[in-house]
Structure formats: C-alpha cells, structure tokens
Design a protein. Structure first.
Length: 168
C-alpha cells in the first residue's frame, strides 16, 4: 500500500474512531471533556502526517513533493472523517446537537448570561447544526490542518537535493 494512502487511512481511522469514543463515553456532553476533542484529533493528524511523510521522503520527495503528499494524505483522511462525522450525528447520536445545546445553555447560565443572550447564541448556532454542515466543517478543517502541517513538516522531513560541488 502506498504511504500516502496508508497515512490518509490512518488519519481518517484514528480521528473517526476518536469521534465515536467521545460519543460512547458521553464526553461530547461534558463542558470540560469536549475541549479535548480538537487538540487530540490535531495531534493524531500531525502524527500520521509525520509517519507518512517519513515514508515518502525515503522515496525521494523534495519539499514541494512532500507538501503535495501530505495534502493528499489529509484529503483521504478528510473523506473518511466526513463519513464518520455524518454517521455520528445522523445515525449513532441523532440527539447530538440537542445535547451540545443543552450543555452550552448550562455553561452560559453559569457565566451569568441572560436567557435572551443564551437564546440568541443558540439561534446563531442552529443554522450550522446539521449532520451535513458538521461533517463538512470536519472535512475542511482536516484539509486545512493537513496543508499547514505538511508545509511545516516537509521543511524538516524531505529528500534534500545533492549540493553541487565547486569543480563540477
């Protein structure tokens, strides 16, 4: 299997699995634990990119080739994440948006927000609270993270062109 495909599958598989861990444990309803999700999936994606880019560097890819390879890894992972996210919010946890709104309401009440302020916040969120939009955000953010991380990682993990000697 190509390193690009393997790393992309790893990104999608790890992040998709962690999404379901968050669901089955109920962490997505916990105001403290919900903050673990984004940093954890970013670390998973960057770790898989480092692993995959080490493999592609060994194949002779230079900086630009590494950035392209990392981006492709992220696109493959993002496609899997899209499907997992959609299934998570539409099939496995259909009350997901109601649950996070209830959590948000409690947090905002604890911050001393008025009922009108809380309702305005929840109303602003409601347009984007659909399985499709949620999955699309995960898809886009995975690619954005992948492009940025690949650009940084490739600066360190790449095949370096031979330096020409003075007499040649």
């Amino acid at each position: 299997m190509s390193p690009i495909l393997a790393a992309g599958l790893l990104i999608g598989g790890l992040c998709g699995a962690f999404t379901f861990v968050m669901g089955f444990t109920g962490w997505y309803k916990d105001p403290v634990m919900v903050n673990v999700f984004i940093p954890t999936v970013v670390v998973m994606e960057v770790g898989a990119l480092i692993w995959g880019l080490r493999k592609t560097a060994a194949m002779g890819r230079t900086y630009s080739g590494q950035v392209v390879a990392g981006t492709l890894m992220a696109v493959i992972g993002a496609a899997i994440i899209f499907v997992c996210s959609y299934l998570f919010t539409s099939v496995a946890f259909p009350s997901y948006f109601e649950d996070i709104n209830a959590m948000a309401r409690q947090v905002l009440q604890g911050q001393g927000k008025t009922p009108a302020e809380i309702q305005a916040f929840l109303d602003d969120q409601s347009a984007s609270q659909t399985p499709l939009m949620n999955a699309l955000v995960g898809f886009i953010m995975t690619i954005v993270t992948g492009v940025i991380a690949s650009a940084v990682i490739a600066a360190f993990i790449r095949q370096r062109p031979d330096v020409l000697t003075a007499g040649v």
